[in-house]
Write a protein that binds this ligand. Structure first.
Ligand SMILES: [Zn+2]
Length: 171
């Protein structure tokens, strides 16, 4: 699911809570709940990796463009929550995918090119163990509803979902 869709859920959460831990915690939780909705972009990662240098910036910037648009809309409608709460909730809501991408980068660069450093990083921080546990957790939520949808259907569903979340955040 796109980061901007998750971030919208974070914005809504931050409109209803009063402290940073709450905003952040509920943000993280909302990520896993939204990920349960079949969203058809399972192959997007593989598609991006095929031409990483070109496709990663395009995908990321499109996603962030939508996020900027959502934030601008909420601000124009004067429903923008307190900045520190919004930031905490948005980061929380995007975090599981950032960790997931972090694991990909870790596999592609550290594991592949620096096997010795990998050994020490794992010894000292247990980073790889953490990544593996998180990977399982993330996947668990993705596979709760066993319904596969195509990329196009998933995209349409996400557009509806994002529209509904945006509506909820400014009404
Ligand atoms: Zn996710």
């Amino acid at each position: 699911m796109f980061l901007s869709t998750h971030a919208l859920a974070g914005i809504i959460i931050s409109q209803h809570v009063h402290n940073v831990p709450e905003a952040f915690g509920l943000g993280v939780l909302s990520h896993y709940v939204l990920d349960m909705i079949p969203h058809g972009d399972e192959n997007l990662g593989a598609w991006v990796k095929e031409k990483l240098v070109r496709r990663l910036p395009i995908t990321f910037l499109t996603d962030m463009g939508f996020l900027a648009l959502f934030i601008a809309t909420v601000r124009i409608k004067n429903e923008w929550p307190q900045p520190h709460l919004a930031l905490a909730a948005i980061i929380g809501a995007m975090l599981p995918d950032l960790i997931w991408s972090g694991y990909d980068l870790y596999r592609m660069f550290i594991i592949k090119h620096f096997p010795t450093a990998r050994h020490y990083i794992q010894q000292v921080t247990r980073l790889e163990t953490f990544f593996e546990h998180h990977e399982r957790l993330h996947k668990w939520f993705h596979t709760r509803i066993n319904k596969r949808v195509t990329f196009k259907v998933g995209l349409a569903m996400q557009a509806v979902l994002a529209g509904a979340l945006l509506y909820a955040s400014v009404r």
